[in-house]
Design a protein around this ligand. Structure first.
Ligand code: DGJ
Length: 702
């Protein structure tokens, strides 16, 4: 028996003769000796049912039908119609610290599989598998899925759906018999990507209860399953979705499955979130270890394709006054890109848009102590472009049939060396010729016909973009890359290894954004998530929101502004300055703390907090989204602080609501001192907020 365990979770593997099973994955167990191992093993053997096979199946890692498993197998493949049945023998299962490497061989099928499980100190379980064809002839791989067992009390599944401007909407349903599946074959993770799939008990909330999550660390096609079988097995599984013929292994060739990332929490969804954050932040190249996240002004919603240097200079002047640290020129600076119907593919500064080139504006920005960033969409091409005219053969397509267009664009075949090098060299040339600290890399359509020379290539195309990002960073040390895909269409645990920021959504309306940020943040830390103050009247929803409500919404991420700030009046300018100053002062905490969300507040308000790891400081925001159900004020508790410590709780008034529906403020307003215990269990009366306004709290240990 192999037992991997960390602070709060355990996984136990049973190596029994030929086979290897996961006996248990969940709450941390104490030490297991040989005697108790035997007892656990026998406790878990299911009876053999009437009408079934003579031996019951356990939670085998590879789930072969030949061993009695009646659900989905881990491996599916064949050799032109034969050789699809598998029975693997475990050659070795070796534990080293909190990792285990298992090596399986199916001599008849001619397949070997190696899987590594690593339970990190953050209670995040990493799984990496490799499938090798050891026999003569081609092996047509259909899928490799990672599977983990679920406890009986996991009776619901939470996953996420969405579309442009409404990414990551939660759906929660019961785990009934059969398969709950989320599949994505957009050739990117996508707006509808579940980001992670969570099995949990119906009573599990943010702050309490058990939850088991599994996600692919991958930006291409994907599968996430929860399976409940009639023999009583309940499991969660995930893998790469392979298109027919996408992976054909010759003798000696291997398929390295993308990594899968699992986690168990006995402290509700907040526990899952904090496990992921702690693991991501522990990586040695994590973005906040490089530098604090600069306050960013993106000019897309301010100018769109209308690049007028004089206007942009005025915006930069205002940005300096406000304290902006990075200015980003979005789409429209290159080729014939005066609208979205032309120019993609020609990554050369346009003389029409920028008669003097980009150097003068970059110098203007840099001279004021601000960094410059630039937009690219290197995987795409408009048919109206020099690139397409020269290389219509560099499009992903079924031979003889041009794919339907999405935003008037086609997808470049980056698996073709010429196309890859064209993009790499053109982007590299722009970066080499200018002082550019950061690029925003967009991807504005999904892949309908991801075919290169007749074969599906989503996998290779995904690897190519990872390689491109890594190469650009290698050539330009310090360069940061934001992954954008019509907003949040390529945010996933694979891209975190290659990008430094995600554009969370094109939705800047704070009401809609609250929900999108809350759930994207389930596994992606706020320092990755671009959050901008949009225009007073939002461009997507046409709703008008106060600048403070927009600021409160944008504070809890990699903060920025996306608005023609020369329009801001004196009051709005003051709030913008306060927002920027607060962000700069507190970003270390905002980007390192433990997340606290509230189970008590549901529906019409949201509470979000981040507590310093040493619990000496915390920041909370209370957002009143819609009107109160009751007339009176709300009693609100703040969890996650040190019980015995006394905290000075202060409302940051210039970033909070300034209008209330009340005759008198609550007695304590705007500051008082309470202990962590009192804050968590007694709480505070809040003022009666109008809908679409919020409060910002700062807590400091006394
Ligand atoms: C879609 C992105 O999400 C926007 O932020 C912007 O960059 C546009 N593309 C530019 O075309």
């Amino acid at each position: 028996m192999i037992h991997l365990s960390q602070a709060r979770s355990s996984i136990i593997f049973e190596h029994d003769g030929d086979s290897l099973a996961v006996l248990y994955w969940g709450k941390k167990l104490g030490t297991i000796n040989e005697k108790s191992a035997e007892a656990i093993k026998s406790a878990l053997v299911k009876p053999a049912f009437h009408g079934g096979l003579d031996v019951s199946s356990s939670n085998l890692i590879l789930r072969e039908h030949s061993r009695g498993w009646i659900g989905h197998p881990a491996l599916r493949g064949h050799r032109g119609g034969i050789g699809s049945s598998n029975s693997f023998t475990v050659k070795s299962a070796v534990q080293k610290d909190q990792s285990m490497v298992a090596h399986f061989v199916d001599a008849i099928a001619g397949i070997e599989i190696e899987i590594t499980y690593t339970l990190t100190p953050s209670d995040v379980l990493l799984m990496d598998a490799k499938v090798t064809n050891t026999a003569e002839g081609d092996y047509f791989l259909e899928h490799f899925l990672y599977w983990l067992p679920l406890a009986e009390q996991a009776d619901e599944v939470l996953d996420f759906y969405g579309h442009w401007t409404k990414e990551r909407q939660p759906q929660r349903r019961s785990i009934d018999y059969g398969l709950i599946t989320r599949e994505g074959f957009e050739g990117r993770s996508g707006h509808d990507y579940t980001i992670t799939q969570v099995a949990l008990n119906h009573a599990t909330g943010f702050r309490h209860g058990e939850a088991w999550s599994l996600a692919m660390a991958w930006s291409g096609n994907n599968i996430h399953h929860v399976e409940r079988l009639i023999d009583g097995h309940k499991s969660i599984g995930a893998g790469e979705y392979l298109l027919p013929g996408e992976v054909i292994l010759k003798k000696g060739e291997s398929y390295n499955a993308p990594r899968a990332i699992a986690s168990f929490s006995d402290r509700g969804l907040d526990g899952l979130t904090n496990n992921h954050y702690s693991w991501i932040r522990a990586r040695k190249n994590h973005i906040t270890k490089v530098r604090p996240r600069p306050l960013t002004l993106n000019m897309w919603e301010a100018v769109y394709f209308d690049h007028v240097e004089e206007d942009i200079r005025k915006m930069v002047d205002k940005a300096v006054e406000i304290g902006v640290e990075r200015v980003v020129l979005d789409d429209g600076w290159f080729g014939a890109r005066r609208n979205d119907r032309a120019g993609l593919g020609d990554w050369v500064v346009s003389k029409d848009a920028w008669p003097n080139g980009l150097d003068p504006i970059i110098k203007y920005i840099n001279d004021k102590g601000i960094e410059f960033g630039l937009w690219f969409e290197g995987e795409m091409v408009n048919r109206d472009s020099d690139l397409y005219r020269a290389h219509p053969d560099w499009i992903l397509q079924e031979p003889g049939r041009l794919p339907i267009e999405g935003r008037w664009q086609q997808v470049l075949d980056l698996t073709k060396e010429g196309a890859y090098n064209h993009v790499l060299n053109q982007v590299d040339a722009v970066l080499s010729a200018h002082n550019i600290a950061y690029i925003k890399w967009d991807h504005n359509r999904h892949l309908t016909d991801p075919i290169s020379d007749g074969r599906p290539v989503v996998r290779k195309q995904t690897e190519a973009i990872y390689r491109m990002f890594d190469e650009l960073k290698k050539r330009h040390p310090g360069l940061e890359i934001e992954s954008c895909s019509s907003g949040g269409g390529r945010i996933d645990l694979g891209m975190i290894e290659h990008a430094d920021r995600f554009w969370t959504s094109d939705q800047n309306d704070p009401l809609e954004r609250q929900q999108i940020q809350r759930w994207t943040g389930l596994v992606i830390p706020p320092e990755f998530l671009g959050t901008h103050i949009g225009p007073t009247v939002g461009h997507q929803m046409n709703r008008t929101h106060s600048v403070s409500f927009r600021a409160l919404n944008a504070l809890f991420g990699h903060a920025g502004i996306e608005w023609d700030i020369t329009e801001a009046d004196a009051h709005e300018t003051e709030i913008l300055k306060a927002y920027v100053a607060f962000y700069k002062k507190h970003r270390d905490l905002l980007h390192s703390g433990t997340v606290v969300r509230s189970d008590e507040i549901v529906g019409n308000a949201q509470l979000y907090g981040t507590v310093a790891l040493d619990k000496k400081e915390a920041i909370f925001t209370y957002m009143q989204l819609t009107s109160l159900d009751n007339f009176g004020p709300l009693l609100t508790t703040f969890d996650g602080l040190e019980k015995e410590t006394l905290y000075q709780v202060t409302v940051i008034e210039n970033l909070s609501a300034d209008e209330f529906t009340q005759k008198r403020a609550p007695g304590w307003w705007p500051t008082l001192a309470l202990t962590g215990d009192q804050l968590a269990h007694i709480g505070m009366q809040l003022p009666v907020l109008k809908p679409e306004s919020g409060l910002l709290f700062h807590m400091l240990a006394l």
